[in-house]
Design a protein around this ligand. Structure first.
Ligand SMILES: C[S@@+](CC[C@H](N)C(=O)[O-])C[C@H]1O[C@@H](n2cnc3c(N)ncnc32)[C@H](O)[C@@H]1O
Length: 213
């Protein structure tokens, strides 16, 4: 389960800059903060169904698999074929192996819903329409009493919004609006300074939780 050399991540981040969206894998502190809501939830009383989106070379996957129990189910959706190869090698021998799916989250149709969805997707890099579609897919795949965990780089969107111009500024502005409209769904938010760059973990509930629509 040893992590691959970080240069393997870096080389993809240059080749596929817009979809990878980071130059270094998440730190252990950030990865642990991402999985903490999964294993402290009431669902932990029974078998868990967990989906990880955008796993890269697997720092968050490692924290997930090391806490999974027999009967738990972990699907990992990762677009990049090189990263999928790394993930398959890295987690082949673990007691509860993840199911690695090389596909875009927008095309993933598993036929089940998850108690928890954990995402490393670089949403600030995507067109605003795509961000809307991704959030819609995520909430279709999430149980109504489940949680959706993601991270963003501290001040990343705000800095882009301040320093970009033209179409790029419009795109970021729309993403900020989409996320602002989901502010009532946020149940926890914490900053992890020891990451490159510092990051913020956001935990959201399903919009349909408690019978709301
Ligand atoms: C910022 S990296 C995060 C990697 C890892 N979770 C981490 O924390 O180090 C984003 C990852 O999302 C993947 N990705 C981008 N678009 C995707 C999509 N539409 N569906 C699935 N994965 C995607 C990229 O290939 C990349 O591995």
């Amino acid at each position: 389960m040893a992590p691959p050399h970080p240069l393997r991540f870096l080389s993809q981040s240059f080749k596929q800059a817009s979809t990878v969206g980071a130059v270094w894998p998440s730190s252990r502190g950030l990865s642990r903060a991402m999985v903490q809501p999964v294993f402290s939830s009431p669902h932990r009383g029974g078998p868990l169904r967990v989906l990880e989106i955008g796993a890269g070379v697997g720092p968050v996957t490692e924290e997930l698999v090391s806490r999974m129990l027999p009967g738990d189910h972990l699907d990992v959706v990762e677009l990049n074929p090189e990263f999928c190869m790394v993930l398959r090698d890295r987690f082949a021998g673990v007691p509860v192996p993840p199911n690695i799916h090389q596909v875009s989250i927008l095309d993933f149709k598993p036929g089940i819903r998850y108690h928890h969805i954990v995402s490393g997707l670089p949403l600030a890099n995507f067109p605003a329409d795509m961000v809307e579609k991704i959030y819609a897919s995520i909430f279709e795949l999430l149980e109504p009493d489940g949680t959706f965990v993601m991270f963003e780089h501290v001040l990343g969107r705000e800095l882009l919004n301040t320093f970009t111009t033209g179409e790029s500024k419009q795109r970021i502005g729309r993403i900020l609006e989409i996320e602002q409209s989901m502010e009532p769904l946020v149940v926890d938010r914490r900053t992890v300074p020891l990451n490159m760059p510092p990051a913020r973990v956001l935990v959201r509930r399903h919009p349909g939780a408690n019978g709301e629509s």
